[in-house]
Design a protein around this ligand. Structure first.
Ligand code: BYC
Length: 327
């Protein structure tokens, strides 16, 4: 007899031993974190890889609609701010890809999943940015929605994801304010500038609400993700929170949210709002949005153009490793 008894075959399943499952459940119930070396169910790992890699892809693809305006920003100050914001998004992508890698998937596989459409990225980045006011709308509405969605993710049960989100959220709130400030300045400007701001918000409002995902009854992943404490609130709850936050901010801006059904509901203590066009959402997810093809093609080209950088980095790492071995 050895001191430590190996688990009996009947105690094991494809989903780990009884003790491993118990320990995983204990950590989740106690609101503690699962770390990369801890045992976790396969489905938990897969859900995290799906969500974190999609989140990373969103950050990287999300650089394109704003990158489009860096050379045309209306002043040096605006150019510098926009450039810093887009760089922050690259950083967010890197933290998130690194968090996903701790789950056993490599960067090249994630890239393949993105360009083949096996992995999604946020629907919002398939809309075009024809005017400068769109930089304001992206900051105010898109980063605003991202904050609502992401602040609860700082408490996600998987350690590397939660920690990455804490840092990302700090930067996102700065991004949201710069977007609000772009719109505020336009709304204090000429009639043409006010009209440009309003027209842009008219285009971005509904797609921003759809960023939270389909209604709860059509969200296949929510329940399980919430039970595992990856997601803390449902898609509809977060969408409601977002509308409640937007209405007073729109009043400060003097902008009209393009939904005639928005109305304070005393009984619920929330704003009611009108239905969203979910057919449009699913069309975008199916690759038939305004800019799906161009976003993926650009990403692919950037990846190919950057092959020499990856080769050089690999050669440098190999040389450093060889040096360490020799010393
Ligand atoms: N777009 O069961 P559901 C940023 C998919 S970037 C595309 O509710 P889940 C920024 C969903 O993936 C911030 N697909 O899913 C960057 C699922 O399909 P799969 C991006 C969507 O995962 C640059 C199916 O629909 N934020 O802020 O429980 C510049 C059913 O949905 C979308 C994140 O990624 C969508 N909008 O909930 C500026 C946040 N919605 O995967 C700003 C992290 C749903 O089964 N992600 N789908 O094939 C999440 O919180 C969750 O994954 C979601 C969806 C709330 C998005």
């Amino acid at each position: 007899m050895t001191a430590v008894q190996p688990a009996l075959p009947e105690e094991k399943s494809a989903e780990g031993s009884v003790d491993q499952r118990r320990e995983f459940d204990r950590l989740i119930d106690a609101d503690m974190r699962i770390e990369p070396r801890d045992w976790m169910p396969d489905a938990y790992r897969k859900t995290l890889i799906r969500q974190i890699s999609q989140h990373a892809h969103s950050e990287i693809i999300g650089m394109q609609p704003e990158g489009n305006w860096i050379t045309r920003a209306p002043s040096l100050k605006r150019k510098a701010i926009l450039m810093a914001k887009v760089q922050d998004e690259a950083g967010h992508g890197l933290y998130l890809y690194s968090a996903a890698q701790t789950l056993g998937i490599d960067r090249e596989t994630m890239f393949e999943q993105l360009v083949t459409g096996a992995a999604k990225y946020s629907s919002i980045f398939n809309y075009t940015t024809p005017t400068w006011a769109d930089m304001g709308s992206i900051g105010w509405l898109v980063d605003g929605a991202a904050i609502c969605n992401q602040v609860p993710l700082c408490r996600a049960s998987y350690g590397p994801y939660g920690r990455a989100m804490t840092r990302i959220c700090k930067e996102e709130s700065f991004h949201q304010r710069q977007g609000f400030e772009i719109l505020l300045e336009l709304m204090r400007g000429t009639d043409a500038q006010k009209a440009m701001a309003q027209e842009s918000v008219n285009r971005w409002y509904a797609p921003a609400l759809m960023m939270f995902g389909p209604p709860d009854e059509d969200s296949p992943n929510s329940q399980r993700s919430m039970a595992w404490k990856i997601k803390r609130f449902s898609n509809d709850d977060l969408r409601q929170r977002f509308v409640d936050m937007l209405v007073p901010q729109a009043e400060v801006l003097g902008i009209t949210l393009p939904d005639p059904d928005i109305k304070w509901n005393e009984e619920r203590g929330h704003y009611d709002f009108g239905p969203l066009d979910w057919d449009e959402f699913y069309e975008v997810l199916a690759g038939r949005g305004q800019a799906n093809a161009v976003r993926v093609a650009r990403r692919k080209k950037a990846h190919e153009d950057g092959a020499w950088v990856r080769e050089a980095a690999r050669a440098c790492a190999d040389a450093q490793a060889a040096e360490r071995m020799a010393s």
